[in-house]
Every structure is written in C-alpha cells, then in structure tokens.
Write a protein that binds this ligand. Structure first.
Ligand SMILES: Cc1cc2nc3c(=O)[nH]c(=O)nc-3n(C[C@H](O)[C@H](O)[C@H](O)COP(=O)(O)OP(=O)(O)OC[C@H]3O[C@@H](n4cnc5c(N)ncnc54)[C@H](O)[C@@H]3O)c2cc1C
Length: 465
C-alpha cells in the first residue's frame, strides 16, 4: 500500500483533468496534487486528436446555441486561445482556418440573416456571406462544377480566427507546463500516475480513499474528469443516481481536399448534435473530414468493448429512463435520424446515405470520393436527467458538497476545458481553505485581447460583387 496523500487528486488526464492540473498548479497555493490516468499517456480517449472534431467553439456559428449560451462558450474559448497562443509550441496546439455555418434554402438563409443581426454586435469578426463571397472562401461549396449551385445559400463566418485545436497536444502541454511550474516551487508536488485504473472511492472522515489495483491514495479533495466513467465512480459512492448516461458515438468520413476551412450546417432544433460539418483534420493534410454521425452504443469508450459492463452499471435502466427514451423516439425527426445513423455504420450502403448529407455542403462530391474513417471518432457521454425527464446536451457535473466533483463532458467539453477547470478550482479552493492568484489568472487567461484590437469594428455584410 502506498501512503501517497494529496490535497487534490484528479482522475483522468484528458483535456479536462490536465487543464485542472495546470490551473491548480500555477494559480493556487494547493501544494500536493496528484493525477491518476489509466492509460500510459494523456488524452487517449475523447481528447485524442482523432476522436473529436477539433473545433474551438466560439458560439457564433453554432445555430443550436442561444446568445446566452454562445457568450458563455465564447468566454471559455477565449481562455483556451489565450493559453494556447502563449505556448512555445502553439503551432502544434491551435490553428487558424476560415469557418462558416451554411444555410441552404429560403428558411435556413432567413434564419442566418436574423441571427447575424443578433450575434454580430458580440462577434466583431462575423460576416454575412452571400454566394459569391462564399465562393471566394470555399469554392466547392458555392459552385457545382463550373457554375454556381442553383439553390439559395447564405453563410455566417469569419476568415482570420483560431478555429481548430489539437486537444491531445493541448492536454500534453497542460501536463508539461504544470510539471515545469511545480519544479519552480520547492513546496509544490505534482505526481502523475499513469497506467492506474481507479476501481473504487471511499470516504473516510474528511478524506477520500482512492483505490487502484494494489495502490491506495488519500486525498482531501477529488475531481473525476473520466468522461462516462466519472458517473460510474459517482454512482459507486452513492452520488448522482438521478443521472443515467446515453453514449453517442460519432464517426467520420474522409474525402480528397475540398474545403479550406470549417463548414458547419444549420442544426435541427430537435436534433442538436445531428448536423454534420466538413473541415481539415489538423493531422491529416490534403484531405477533408466530414461528420460526425451520431450512433447510440452501449459502451463508455469507443472501440473498447470491455467498457460494456461499465455502461450497464451507469445506464441503470428504469421507468424514468424508459420514458426519456420513449419521448425521444416519439419525435419523428429523432426516430428517423437514429435509424439513419444505424445504417451509416453498415458497409456498402453507408457511403450512399452519407453522400446525400455531404452534398448539402459540397454539391459536386462523388461516391468514390468518400472513405469511411476507420477508428476515428469518440463517444459523447450525454446524460439523462431522470428527475426532469430529459436528455442533457452540454457538460454536466455532480458536486458532492464534501470536496468531490464528478465531470461528464460531451461536446463542447474540449473548448470548455479551462472554464470547467476554473469552476471546479473555485469549489476545491473553498473546500481546502486555499487561495487563487486572481490577478495572474485574469491577466493570463481572461483578458479579451482581441476585443481591444477591434473595439471599433461592427459586423460586416460581404457580397461578392
Ligand atoms: C465525436 C466527437 C466530436 C467532438 N467534437 C468536439 C469539438 O469539435 N470541440 C469540442 O470542444 N469538443 C468536442 N467533443 C468533446 C470533447 O472531445 C470532450 O468533451 C473532451 O475531449 C473531454 O475531455 P475529458 O478530459 O473530459 O475526457 P477524456 O478525454 O475522455 O478523458 C478521460 C480520461 O479519464 C481516463 N479514465 C477513465 N476512467 C478512468 C479510471 N477509472 N481510472 C483512471 N483513469 C480513467 C481515461 O483514460 C481518459 O484519459 C467531441 C466529442 C466527440 C465524441
């Protein structure tokens, strides 16, 4: 048995856990910090570069976000950007590409025009783009062969912003920087325990006892950033039984290079994670990636069928879960969409079906251009709130009130990693009676440097003529 004892123990070294490690090490006087990760390196699950869409969500082109939600995400994205651009290896972490959300047909175009009026005062870089202006940025979207596509299109977008993140590289950077910060201070310890799987957590007085195979850690506070497994650990301790999890897997397809940047499509309100997009993969030059699809799978980790029993442990099927699922299936759009996504996984017919969706973005794309992206795409652990009978769309957390927090992080959890970590840090600091260096946190991560540069700039309507 180890006698390791921590003030703060973090479970999971994906982008959420590593962001918290960095903030706690650099901006607080918490001295003994540990991380337990079941794999041999950070970010091997949903934060792995190939398992998510790599998008820095700022809220301006996500048509399922209200202005309130968009501004919250904008703050989170700003924190991430401020951190990333200050790193010596920023060019491996954060990337600039054009981005847009494309409206196709009269109703979607009208929606985007109205949205532009509301959102552009808060997003100075946002432009309303007509067909010719779209063609200048993304020729293959506006054109069908040699002529313009015939249907009505409009887009909201920008061309000079950070829009993509390698969340795996970001996680590694957080861990490395935390270790560098700790090395500067004689009273600070940061221990990263790889290859250790947390089996069980107990409460002993005012401490948590965290058990892995053969090792037992004591800690005064604890934050689980273990994706769907956070809920399993919380249930195990008797917390969060009002939640069940619905794992939604996302798959992708590659095509030859047809897009210069990120092109999203208008979301269906009934299906907030349904609309596909196309974009460059930051690690696969010369190709374009389309997706993700959305398939319900009974596992907590993609391509890891050993997590099947874990799923059943947290699914806790009962009348209230059945009602939420039944309510979802009663909506025709959702029912058809779920069925279509099952077909998306079947070789031979999946490409034909997916082509129809992709042609909304690239009308001239051919069947032979599409290639299923094997072993790409993770699982979004969407929570079912049994008390309120609904499926939750964003991140969720269970606060125990005794110094333990459990995070479940579907999209946009990569973008929100530092903001989520900040929220947890405030709870933990209060529990431990520790302090945050607010001035440094504010200066390094929270200042809106872009806003200062462009205070006089208001939204622009761009026409190609
Ligand atoms: C298809 C898809 C597309 C997405 N696209 C985007 C996007 O474009 N932009 C965006 O912002 N977000 C996106 N997301 C969401 C984003 O990927 C996640 O929110 C983010 O990666 C979650 O990070 P995490 O650290 O919480 O979880 P993870 O990265 O999954 O890390 C959890 C860690 O916990 C460890 N762990 C689990 N159980 C244990 C245990 N018992 N003991 C020890 N360690 C354990 C795991 O090994 C893992 O390292 C997407 C997600 C998916 C699935």
């Amino acid at each position: 048995m180890s006698d390791s004892k921590y003030d703060l123990l973090i479970i999971g070294a994906g982008v959420s856990g590593s962001a918290l490690l960095y903030l706690a090490t650099k901006y607080t006087d918490i001295n003994n910090i540990g991380v337990i990760e079941k794999y041999a390196a950070p970010a091997r699950v949903n934060s792995l570069s190939s398992n998510n869409s790599q998008t820095l969500h700022c809220g301006d082109i996500e048509t399922n976000y209200t202005l309130e939600k968009a501004l919250k995400v904008q703050r989170a994205a700003r924190m991430l950007r401020n951190y990333a651009v200050a790193q010596p290896d920023a060019h491996h972490i954060i990337f600039k590409y054009p981005k847009m959300v494309l409206g196709v047909g009269e109703a979607e175009c009208q929606l985007l025009r109205e949205r532009f009026e509301i959102f552009s005062p808060h997003y100075p870089e946002l432009m309303l783009l007509d067909k010719k202006a779209i063609a200048r940025i993304e020729a293959n979207v506006a054109m069908n062969g040699d002529s313009f596509r015939e249907d009505e299109i409009v887009a909201l977008g920008s061309t000079d912003e950070y829009t993509a993140v390698n969340f795996e590289a970001l996680s590694r950077s957080f861990v490395r920087q935390a270790q560098i910060e700790a090395a500067k201070m004689s009273n600070k310890t940061v221990d990263i325990h790889y290859n250790q799987y947390v089996d069980h957590i107990n409460v002993d007085g005012d401490e948590f006892i965290v058990e892995t195979k053969g090792v037992c850690y004591r800690t005064r506070s604890l934050v689980a950033c273990a994706g769907g497994h956070s809920l399993k650990l919380a249930h195990d301790m008797g917390f969060g039984h009002n939640y069940s999890v619905l794992p939604i897997a996302g798959s992708y397809y590659f095509t030859p290079h047809v897009l210069n940047g990120k092109v999203y499509t208008v979301q269906n309100d009934a299906l907030p994670f349904a609309a596909i997009h196309g974009d460059p993969d930051v690690l696969v030059p010369g190709e374009t990636r389309f997706g993700p699809t959305a398939l319900v799978l009974p596992i907590l980790e993609r391509y890891n069928f050993k997590t099947l029993p874990d799923f059943f442990q947290v699914f806790r099927f009962d009348r209230r879960v059945a009602k939420v699922l039944w309510d979802l299936l009663r909506v025709k759009d959702i029912r058809n969409y779920m069925f279509k996504n099952m077909l998306f996984e079947i070789p031979l017919i999946r490409k034909l079906l997916f082509l129809k969706d992709v042609r909304k973005i690239i009308p001239s794309l051919k069947l032979g251009d599409l290639k299923f992206a094997s072993k790409v795409g993770g699982i979004r652990p969407q929570l079912i709130d049994k008390d309120n009978g609904k499926l939750l769309m964003g991140e969720a957390k269970i606060e125990t009130g005794i110094g333990g927090i459990f995070n479940m992080t579907p999209s946009p959890g990569g973008t929100s990693c530092l903001e989520n970590a900040e929220i947890d840090l405030r709870t933990i600091v209060q529990h431990l009676g520790a302090d945050i260096d607010e001035a440094a946190l504010q200066k390094d991560l929270l200042l809106d440097t872009k806003k200062r540069e462009s205070d006089d700039f208001s939204g622009t309507v761009i026409t190609g003529s």
